[in-house]
Write a protein that binds this ligand. Structure first.
Ligand SMILES: Cc1cc2nc3c(=O)[nH]c(=O)nc-3n(C[C@H](O)[C@H](O)[C@H](O)COP(=O)(O)OP(=O)(O)OC[C@H]3O[C@@H](n4cnc5c(N)ncnc54)[C@H](O)[C@@H]3O)c2cc1C
Length: 340
């Protein structure tokens, strides 16, 4: 379907002789050393395709003229206005932009945890970083690649018919983005890894540490009026996530299908909260730079606008996902397989 620059082939090892490398029954654990790193790389692949698709869509939206602005003509010298004046085009562009900027921050945040987990001399710091790295891995892979594909499609849509034909290259981004949702463990499996393994690992140590870190951030910055828009929205998302986590604890032990039916919603809800956390941290840094008069003020103002869009238009999705999780597995599981 895509990644035609990649040499992919099926290799069968029928009748081949196998040799044991390392200790018996330790192979899967060894494979996961490679696999976890690969999952982070594939998450970055999803994010990067969304970014390049976005950059193309922005250029096109500035050039393509079609229709007139709802609030009055913007390009009187032209037969029509550039489509970037239309709110629905802006909605699409800002959806992608607000996601990729936070996704990039989340990727760097996770990479930093990896560095600390590997290099810190402090055992407690090392362990906390390793816990958070393990927790972040399925979220980074699953969310950044699911959304990477959605956003490649969204950027393609900005091109209208010119996105569907090959000329502008947008269909290639869509085809290439699709594999990242599948290989290194399909995203349904990432969601199960998060809910089935990562949440409960070491008595929930990682998830509790992250909830505390985000909750503390909201609390420490509660009095900051310039940040309250971000911290309030983030706190709401965190409350939804904590409530759904509790719901799993109460309803998935006795009935595991409840966890399976809600796992993809939960992974995406977790992604929203983590990306919202990245936005709140970036907004704090932008406010500080603006107050100090350092750096490019327009850059920081646009950063805050992009973050506001995320908090206003994307973050509230946590409430919907919570409702879907708490509806449980009954309507999912009742139908007989023959009835599909
Ligand atoms: C282009 C390409 C390159 C690849 N490169 C490599 C490579 O270099 N090396 C390599 O080893 N592999 C490679 N793969 C294989 C790839 O990793 C697998 O295809 C992928 O992990 C999914 O496994 P599967 O195809 O067996 O799907 P399946 O496991 O059959 O899954 C099918 C569907 O069922 C879902 N599913 C499966 N089990 C469950 C469950 N228990 N609960 C809920 N849902 C479930 C999955 O989420 C998925 O949607 C490549 C694949 C492709 C397409």
């Amino acid at each position: 379907m895509g990644i035609h620059g990649n040499s992919t082939c099926v290799m069968n090892y029928d009748e081949a002789t196998g040799y044991l490398l390392g200790a018996e029954n330790k192979g899967l654990a060894a494979m996961f050393v490679m696999m976890n790193e690969a999952r982070l790389g594939v998450g970055l692949q999803g994010l990067s395709i969304a970014e390049v698709a976005y950059q193309n869509a922005v250029n096109y939206a500035r050039e393509r003229i079609q229709g007139r602005s709802l609030s009055g003509v913007k390009a009187p010298d032209k037969k029509a206005d550039p489509i970037i004046v239309h709110p629905d085009i802006r909605r699409a562009l800002l959806t992608i932009k607000s996601f990729t900027e936070a996704g990039r921050a989340f990727t760097l945040w996770t990479a930093l945890k990896s560095d600390i987990a590997h290099r810190s001399g402090d055992a407690t710091e090392k362990q906390t970083a390793d816990d958070l790295l393990g927790l972040a891995t399925p979220i980074l892979k699953g969310v950044l690649t699911d959304k990477g594909f959605d956003h490649a499609v969204m950027a393609q849509q900005v091109f209208g018919g010119h996105g569907y034909i090959e000329e502008h290259g947008m269909s290639q981004y869509v085809r290439d983005a699709r594999i990242a949702m599948i290989y290194e463990g399909a995203n349904g499996i990432q969601a199960l890894d998060l809910v089935g393994r990562k949440l409960g690992a070491n008595g929930g140590r990682a998830v509790m540490a992250l909830f505390k870190e985000i909750g503390d951030f909201c609390e420490e910055n509660r009095a900051d009026e310039n940040l309250s828009f971000f911290t309030k929205s983030l706190k709401k998302g965190l409350n939804d996530l904590q409530a759904s986590t509790m719901w799993f604890m109460q309803n998935a032990m006795a009935k595991p299908d409840n966890a399976g039916a809600g796992s993809t919603d939960y992974m995406h809800m977790f992604g929203l909260v983590v990306l919202g956390y990245m936005w709140a941290k970036m907004a704090k840094a932008a406010n500080e730079s603006l107050a100090a008069g350092t750096g490019d003020a327009d850059y920081f103002k646009n950063k805050l606008l992009t973050g506001r869009f995320f908090m206003e238009k994307i973050m509230p999705e946590t409430a919907l996902r919570k409702i879907r999780i708490e509806a449980g597995a009954d309507s999912v599981m009742e139908m007989a397989a023959e009835a599909f």
